[in-house]
Design a protein around this ligand. Sequence first.
Ligand code: AMP
Length: 362
Amino acid sequence: MTSSPFPLSPGATIGILGGGQLGRMLALAAARLGFDVVILTPEADAPASRVAAHTVLAPYNDATALADLARRCAVVTFEFENVPAEVVAALHGLGVPTAPSDLALATAQDRVTEKTFFRDQGIATVDFVAIDSADDIVAGLARLGAPALLKTRREGYDGKGQAWIATPDEAQAAFERLGGAPMILEARAPFVRELSIIAARAQDGSVAAYPLTENTHKDGVLRVSVAPAHAKASTHAAASALARTTLERLGYVGVAGIELFELANGDLLVNEFAPRVHNSGHWTLDACEVDQFEQHIRAIVGWPLGPTEPFAQARMENLLGADVDDWATLAAEPGARLWLYGKRETVTGRKMGHVTRLSALR
Ligand code: AMP
């Protein structure tokens, strides 16, 4: 029997699948703890590559590249949930530990599998039906009530691949517009607020959650996160409990983000689960001793989790597209904590950076 390589010592190399801003901030956190990072990404000059020790530039499913990554790394993680789950399984098969597991990734990648998982754990979600045809939409609308939200089962994010259906005669056109792929039809969640909870599970099974975050979206994209969210103690407790159940049942290792709808009576519905660090947890960079990125690195290298209590109230605002042109003003603003992702091209709606402002805990 080979002994466990964990906890990894500083100096070990961590692989990250994906080269975006989440990978960049994970790489910075890893470097702070003395680890080297190798990025696998198909994108040349990616934001994460520019702060990492090495990049393997290849498609995620390139067998030679995966073998190279496995040889270089003591553990591999991912920052992007559309990495094929088979790639994570293949790395595991090559003998390199992976965290989170391909099971967690596969569960989150399909909205029907994901919601079925939550329902099986007794965790509330909106009502839903799986959709394979326009006729299924008509039947689903009769069951769920109108309007209902049609989403692709896979590869949707930031409100992409979604359409509200108000009447049965919209079914055919919406089915075609979303590409005829397998879909889910969801009942409309009558939420008063959108919240999220960022939680981590370590290799020893211990779980730590940050306090609830309140999120405001525009055009399906996160704009502002405020944390800790002002909510009833019972709502905070319910969120922590469902996060713990989720991570434990998946045997999860690492940080995850769970997006929630809060109903008028304080009850929570899970919207979705991100098996990675999450945009709504960026405030932890500036308001917590151990932020979500360091927490994820700690979890996957077998270190103890750090504290999750914030020392300040935080308001994080995403800099989308041309918002980033205000960098000089933000840099001159006392107390504005600026994070820029080093993206070469400004595109409308693209996440270019974020700014966090702290105030006294309420
Ligand atoms: P998603 O891609 O599932 O995160 O959805 C993007 C946004 O659409 C969410 O943040 C909500 O604002 C909204 N949304 C998603 N699902 C529902 C639903 N079932 N009912 C009402 N609004 C929803």
